[in-house]
Design a protein around this ligand. Structure first.
Ligand SMILES: Cc1cc2nc3c(=O)[nH]c(=O)nc-3n(C[C@H](O)[C@H](O)[C@H](O)COP(=O)(O)O)c2cc1C
Length: 192
């Protein structure tokens, strides 16, 4: 049964609530971990930081992600239709921020931030040896790419480091703030 809306409407929000700037909304609902996205165009591989992404389907795994038109990576993504999503842990946080504050237009970010590109099996974009997991992806939908930089990626192969069962991911909260993945809680749930 649903909740009946009282005559006169719901009670006012408790006084402890204040209106938030709309620009801060994403800082509270930012979803999954900050990831790295690699691309390869011809003989050039690049890497960028990405926190605006979400799962869209279980299997095959589909991931929606925003790669802004101004990012050098967006050109490679557009032209090749493929990339790798690599998952860094908290030990890589400084490199992750550095990668997100510099462009492959000017520097070799793999060399600059000490990352080891590793061969993927189905895409030219590299996996990253220091990351605890890597997903080989193909772009399957670009309907909203021009408007929002939004692309749907299908993960076609996925790898994870079996020696690191419990990596701590980082989660962007804006302006250089990150939450570090913490305590694990297990509750009965019908959700897979
Ligand atoms: C924590 C963090 C999260 C970021 N998330 C995104 C994102 O989701 N989408 C995006 O287009 N850029 C994002 N960026 C910015 C890009 O990583 C940045 O523009 C980068 O310089 C692009 O590199 P490139 O020009 O070599 O492609 C993020 C940066 C940081 C530091």
């Amino acid at each position: 049964m649903t909740t009946r809306i009282p005559d006169g409407g719901f009670t006012p929000l408790p006084a402890c609530f204040a209106e938030m700037p709309l620009g801060d909304v994403y800082r509270l609902i930012e979803p999954g971990p900050v990831v790295l996205l690699t691309t390869a165009l011809g003989a050039d591989a690049n890497v960028m930081t990405m926190s605006w992404h979400m799962m869209v389907d279980f299997e095959p795994p589909l991931v929606a992600c925003i790669v802004a038109g101004g990012d050098f990576s967006s050109q490679a993504l557009e032209r090749t239709g493929e990339c790798v999503i690599a998952l860094p842990d908290v030990a890589m946080a400084r490199a992750v921020v550095g990668i997100g504050n510099t462009s492959g237009r000017r520097i070799d970010k793999f060399a600059e931030f000490g990352l080891t590109p590793a061969r993927a099996s189905t895409v030219a974009a590299p996996l990253i040896a220091e990351c605890f997991a890597g997903f080989e992806c193909r772009v399957i939908d670009t309907t909203l790419a021009e408007t929002y930089g939004l692309r749907i990626l299908q993960v076609v192969r996925a790898w994870r480091d079996t020696t690191r069962p419990n990596p701590k991911t980082i989660h962007h909260q804006g302006y250089g703030d990150f939450a570090v993945d913490g305590r694990r809680l297990h509750l009965p749930s019908k959700m897979p």
